[in-house]
Design a protein around this ligand. Structure first.
Ligand code: CMP
Length: 138
C-alpha cells in the first residue's frame, strides 16, 4: 500500500469541482484516508515549493495558492502516487489529454486544478506538513 497527497488548488475550488475530483479518485480505487480545508500560509508554501523558490513563477504561484482555502487529501492504494498522476495528467493543463482532471478542467501550467505528490517519500513529507497522525484514517 502507498499513500499520496492531493491538493485541490484555488482554481479547482472556484470552479466548484471538489466532488467531481474526489469521485474520479474513488472510481479509480483510491481510498480517501485524510481530508480537510486549509489556508496555506506563505511560510508553508516556501517549505512546500522550496525547490521552486528561486524560479521566476514562484511569487505568482504563491499568491495564487493563497487566494482561497484549498482541499488537502490523502489517498491510499497500491501504487497510489503513479495512479493519481495518471488520473490528473501532466502539469501543463494545455498539454493534458481529455479525460484527465487537468485536461478536462485546467487552464494553464499554473492554474492546473490539483497538485499531487511526485514520489512516495515526497508524499510522506507532504503528509507530515499538513496532517497530524490523528487526522489520517487508514
Ligand atoms: P504543482 O504540481 O503544484 O507543482 C508546482 C507548481 O508550480 C505546478 O503544479 C504549477 O502550478 C506551477 N508551475 C510549474 N511550472 C510552472 C511554470 N513554468 N510557470 C508557472 N507555474 C508553474
Amino acid at each position: 500500500m502507498e499513500r499520496t497527497v492531493v491538493l485541490i488548488k484555488p482554481d479547482g475550488m472556484q470552479k466548484k469541482i471538489v466532488g467531481t475530483i474526489i469521485d474520479r479518485f474513488e472510481r479509480e480505487g483510491l481510498q480517501l484516508i485524510g481530508l480537510k480545508l486549509i489556508n496555506l500560509t506563505q511560510e508553508m508554501l516556501e517549505t512546500w515549493y522550496a525547490h521552486h523558490k528561486d524560479k521566476p513563477f514562484f511569487k505568482d504561484l504563491s499568491e495564487f495558492m493563497k487566494k482561497t482555502p484549498v482541499v488537502a487529501m490523502v489517498l491510499k492504494s497500491p501504487n497510489a502516487v503513479n495512479r493519481v498522476r495518471e488520473v490528473i495528467g501532466p502539469t501543463d493543463s494545455t498539454k493534458a489529454p481529455k479525460g484527465t482532471i487537468r485536461g478536462d478542467h485546467g487552464d494553464s501550467i499554473q492554474m492546473n486544478v490539483v497538485h499531487a505528490s511526485d514520489a512516495p517519500e515526497r508524499a510522506e513529507f507532504e503528509i507530515s506538513l499538513l496532517f497530524k497522525s490523528t487526522e489520517i484514517f487508514g
